[in-house]
Write a protein that binds this ligand. Sequence first.
Ligand SMILES: Cc1ncc(COP(=O)(O)O)c(C=O)c1O
Length: 366
Amino acid sequence: MQVKYNYLDQQFASVEAYLQDLRKLVASGEFTLGPFVEAFEEKFAAYIGVKHAIGTNTGTGALILSLKAVGVKPGSEVITVANTFIATVGAIVATGARPVFVDCDERYQIDVTKIESAITSETAAILPVHWAGCPPEMDKILEIASRHGIPVVEDACPAVGAKINGRFAGTFGKVNAFSMHPLKPLNLWGDGGIIVTDDDKAAEFIRLYRNNGILDRDHVEIWGVNDRLQPFQAVIGSRVLDTVEDLVEARIRNARLLDDGLKGLEHFIRPPYRPVGFREVYQLYLVTATRRDELVKFLVSRGVEAKIHYPIPIHLQNAARNLGYKCGDFPVCERQAQEIITLPAHQHVTQEQINYTLMMIREFYR
Ligand SMILES: Cc1ncc(COP(=O)(O)O)c(C=O)c1O
């Protein structure tokens, strides 16, 4: 049996409705920002429950603009977690700021007890990550940030649909970023990003900055870049957004089946602690396994496309050499990099495929 990691051919197997929508866009000739992008932004803002949503080229771009919008600049420091996708950190570096890492906890999320000691007079933002689609402890992060007067920017890139006690990821920080990359819960036939905020000033800055600083046809207000979301993607995203709640629920169901099925194997393979009230969207279904590398090979050889996100922590990557970190600085993150495994649990995985995955895991540890 095959249990695939990539499900996009299945998600878009029935494409006619999307093509109908695209015909309307083509007939309008509105190929740069315009009404289709605006309609999608409004729909997304209403879904999340924020005042402003602003589409960008990528989640990385959304992060860079969000950080700039809260005042991060060359010489600033931005606190983030050592286990994330490289783009979190690349976005900090792209603003000219210095990334300051803290270790993660046993939920694979930023260890909130380590944030305060990382704050300095140069700290311009805290950038917690909803890593793998799982919210970190946002209440504690907000409390520390407000005590020090530091803005929070959520890297909610993998976490469209995630919630804490009914409140969506992306509604906690001042300015927050989502990715709509193909393998994120909300996706749109290519790269895409979206920024959300309730702050009018930040929204105004981001709208200008993502469009070369152009106020109107004849007036350029600030220096900016072209980081616009493409209208055809807004059209696709709008239809996918209608399905997001269902697909998130399907992922949650699959994650529960895997969690339950792994009971009894705790000595070998363990899901993280999942506190009540935290709605994870399982952009990645992560667990910790002994003999991880052998297990991945075994599963792949049996048709289960297991992956590792990621085997080398960011502070030990060549790109991070100049940051001055070394092996041993973030022991939890470094241990997890050797133990973590991603199992397919997306919305198109069937119960039969989950059972097969579990059977193969049991066979491996027998
Ligand atoms: C945590 C995190 N941050 C940032 C990004 C960057 O998003 P994008 O690939 O859309 O630039 C991603 C996803 O790729 C991510 O998972």
